[in-house]
Design a protein around this ligand. Structure first.
Ligand code: ATP
Ligand code: MG
Ligand code: MG
Ligand code: MG
Length: 481
């Protein structure tokens, strides 16, 4: 059977459809749940059912949910398994089947449907969950030396201080079984990959902290599509699967690089672009446009990172001769080509996505180029002073703030560039400057608001925390234009 990303997704859904599950569409990356910014897991659209707030419509369901995890942004390209954007395959039971079936099917899916050798699979269980240990050991025949008991932090799921909760159990693939069973760390990225997480929602935690068994027990699971693709396609990381690699290939072409010949740092940069471009396109497609607050700021940050990463790879302009051009739209086209089975609506939104990216990129490049010159001088000074005094070179909070406030140069980029050169940055000093600015700008905002007609629209673009500098530039452009 085919191991393409598309067929893995299809086979997963068909497997659970054949076992009574209703296949439901992915929810938007913008969740209805007001407590989270973006959709981080497949269970999110079912949370009201799990919490007993709305009745179930079906006893059990399966989905392929597109997810964004910004907390993994630093891992992208550095571990083999983390993206900011990924698809989580999931099967869910709303008071229907429980542990026995969930484990049996997860095992059958992994070893029969996807054909993974049982000897390569490791299991983690919650240390107090003897029932789950017994199912894996006695019923599935997994030897005890491949079942790891982990603590509350790793293997107990809660949705808050009180409410539904329960133990979880994960399945890991072992790329190096020859390393044996001693001193095993399932988090070791060079040996293992976690691919399937089964959550057994079986308790209600009461105000006093005690656990009472739920009448209606639920199952919530997540299997990373790119992780399964990586295992089955026998590539060294998620980025080299057919779900992401075509975007990397395109970026490498624009940089006149070959991925296979590139050095490690160029490879990391290409992986970052491959990941971020997917996140950016799916966010915009779901209606998240670059701005300075909330979700809009997430997409803006990803775009800036993609632009800067592209420049580090030597991509200038549109990469094929037009220096006034933008390259993100060309990469976005690759993402869109791959979108058919992830979200068919993306294609219909192509013009808007490309337009938005072009505008945002060109605007940011101007900012970057102005800031880069000044940053270079600041870095040279910091290195000289460090050398002279025999201290660790460091950018002052004042300088970082000057770059940010006057040049619109994002501080996280200052930090990244400085880091690449072995220079530190005084973030405490920066925060002090920020706070001063915030206080002063309160009054300024009021003035701006009074001086333009469409005050409400403009106010939306004025953040109350981040990026006053960049925003000032934008506000000016709006007022002048
Ligand atoms: P890890 O420990 O590797 O960070 P996790 O325990 O945070 O993963 P879960 O919250 O259990 O992940 O999510 C369920 C599944 O979703 C994981 O088993 C994995 O297959 C997939 N997954 C989670 N985070 C990512 C990510 N950043 N990129 C790709 N797949 C992911
Ligand atoms: Mg994680
Ligand atoms: Mg984990
Ligand atoms: Mg997990």
């Amino acid at each position: 059977p085919s191991t393409s990303g598309d067929s893995i997704r299809r086979r997963f859904l068909e497997f659970y459809a054949a076992r009574g599950h209703t296949i439901l569409p992915s929810a938007s990356l913008v969740p209805e749940d007001p407590t989270v910014l973006l959709t981080i897991a497949g269970m999110l659209q079912f949370k009201p059912i799990f919490l007993g707030k709305v009745p179930r419509e079906v006893p059990c369901a399966a989905t392929s949910q597109r997810c964004i995890r910004t907390n993994d942004i630093e891992n992208v390209g550095r571990t083999s398994r983390h993206q900011t954007f990924f698809e989580m395959l999931g099967n869910f039971s709303f008071g229907d089947y429980f542990k026995q079936e969930a484990i049996k099917w997860a095992w059958e899916l992994s070893t029969v449907e996807f054909g993974l050798p049982a000897e390569n699979l490791w299991i983690s269980v919650y240390e107090d969950d003897d029932e789950t240990f017994a199912i894996w050991h006695d019923k599935m025949g997994v030897p005890a030396n491949r079942i790891k008991k982990l603590g509350e932090e790793d293997n107990f799921w809660t949705s808050g201080a009180t409410g539904p909760c329960g133990p979880c159990s994960e399945i890991y693939y072992d790329f190096h079984p020859e390393k044996g069973h001693l001193d095993v760390d399932l988090g070791d990225d060079s040996r293992f990959i976690e691919f399937y997480n089964l959550v057994f929602m079986q308790y209600n935690r009461k105000e006093d902290g005690s656990l009472e068994p739920l009448k209606q027990k639920n199952i919530d699971t997540g299997l990373g599509l790119e992780r399964m693709a990586r295992i089955l396609q026998r590539v060294p990381n998620n980025y080299e699967t057919d779900l992401i690699f075509p975007i990397i290939k395109k970026a490498a072409d624009l940089a006149y690089e070959s991925y296979s010949l590139a050095d490690e740092s160029a490879k990391t940069n290409l992986k970052i672009i491959g990941d971020h471009m997917r996140a950016i396109v799916y966010l915009i497609s779901d209606g998240v446009f670059p701005s300075n607050i909330g979700r809009g700021y997430v997409v803006r940050r990803l775009i800036r990172r993609a632009v800067r990463t592209g420049r580090l790879l030597g991509i200038r302009g549109d990469g094929v001769g037009n220096l006034e051009g933008a390259f993100l739209p060309l990469l976005a086209e690759e993402v869109i080509k791959l979108s058919t089975n992830i979200d068919p609506d993306v294609k219909t939104r192509t013009p808007r996505i490309l337009e938005e990216l072009k505008r945002e990129e060109l605007r940011f490049v101007q900012t970057l180029e102005r800031g880069e010159k000044l940053l270079e001088e600041i870095l040279t000074d910091a290195l000289l002073i460090g050398l002279r005094n025999g201290t660790v070179p460091c950018i002052s909070g004042k300088d970082a703030f000057l770059l940010y406030d006057t040049y619109g140069f994002p501080v996280e980029i200052t930090r990244e560039v400085a880091d690449e050169r072995g220079v530190g940055i005084d973030m405490v000093g920066f925060d002090v400057e920020m706070e001063n600015q915030r206080r002063q700008s309160q009054a300024a905002h009021n003035t701006v608001k009074l001086s333009v007609e469409d005050g409400a629209e403009l106010m939306e673009n004025i953040p109350d925390t981040n990026f006053l500098g960049y925003d000032t530039l934008f506000t000016k452009a709006v007022v002048e234009g």
